[in-house]
Design a protein around this ligand. Structure first.
Ligand SMILES: Cc1cc2nc3c(=O)[nH]c(=O)nc-3n(C[C@H](O)[C@H](O)[C@H](O)COP(=O)(O)O)c2cc1C
Length: 260
């Protein structure tokens, strides 16, 4: 059993990239993915337990809130969380804090993968993919060092109306958009979308993806497709994709990734 556990939700790889980099700094860590029910919920042996996830629709992505409630943590374990978001932190950190009572937390504004909603330039401050990657690397070093030393945050994660505009509404309306997901002519029938979908919601029919109704809106299929062949209606047709270039699509589907 690893000394540390990091629970990670990542749609397009940015949070997984950060989780791996922090894990390399603290050493001997299992990264347990939370895109579906986590393979390990008993973390009671771990000295440090972390949560690294993206903001989606102003709150926690997918079913992360339910998953976190199922995790057992030792009373004296060090607990930390990192949220990545485009421009609006929302209430994800506060929700995790309510469940596990965090020792340390941080947030990092990153490239927007909400390309169906807005182009990435709304990221604050506006940035390019390379600059966004540099920021992940810098923050991972900073946070990794803080976690290794057991640093404590002085304040609780922010709460109040400005952070709680949560938007089940946005998530729900996003799930409905699955109806307008479709493959364009770039599709080479490689099946990456099928593999990367955490809900087995995509099948190849006649070599082209066909989408079911069990979508959590992670956009992994749109972002990780190597030929940018999946569009959401006409909205994404002229928008770039923003996957993390250091993460392979197959890694997102792993259950547990061990880092020595
Ligand atoms: C469906 C969806 C909803 C999102 N909602 C928000 C949001 O409400 N506020 C925000 O600042 N960023 C939002 N984002 C952007 C992501 O939080 C951000 O791009 C993050 O870096 C993605 O990390 P990941 O690749 O590990 O999932 C959203 C992304 C997606 C796909």
């Amino acid at each position: 059993m690893a000394e540390n556990i990091i629970y990670c939700y990542s749609g397009s790889g940015h949070c997984l990239d950060m989780a791996k980099k922090i894990a390399r700094i603290i050493g001997d860590t299992d990264i347990v993915m939370m895109r579906s029910f986590p393979a390990v919920t008993d973390a009671s042996h771990a000295k440090r337990v972390g949560f690294i996830f993206s903001c989606m629709g102003g709150g926690l992505p997918g079913d992360v809130e339910e998953y976190v409630k199922a995790i057992r943590i030792a009373p004296d374990a060090y607990r930390f969380a990192v949220e990545q978001y485009a421009g609006y932190l929302g209430c994800g950190l506060r929700k995790i804090d309510d469940i596990v009572h965090l020792d340390y937390w941080d947030g990092i504004s990153n490239h927007s993968t909400a390309i169906w909603l807005m182009p990435h330039v709304l990221t604050f401050p506006p940035t390019t993919p390379n600059k966004a990657q540099e920021r992940i690397d810098r923050k991972a070093k900073e946070i990794g060092a803080a976690v290794r030393l057991g640093r404590k945050s002085e304040k609780r994660p922010p709460k109040g109306a400005a952070f709680e505009l949560m938007s089940k509404g946005i998530s729900a309306s996003h799930a409905k958009r699955v109806k307008s997901f479709k493959a364009n002519d770039n599709c080479v029938s490689c099946g990456t979308c099928v593999t990367v979908c955490p809900r087995n919601n995509i099948q190849l029919v006649g070599g082209k993806p066909s989408f079911g109704t069990n979508c959590i809106g992670c956009l992994s299929c749109v972002q990780m497709c190597p030929t940018a062949a999946i569009d959401i209606g006409n909205v994404t047709r002229k928008r770039e994709r923003y996957p993390n270039r250091q993460i392979k699509a197959a890694e997102l589907s792993e259950k547990v990734i061990h880092i020595d």
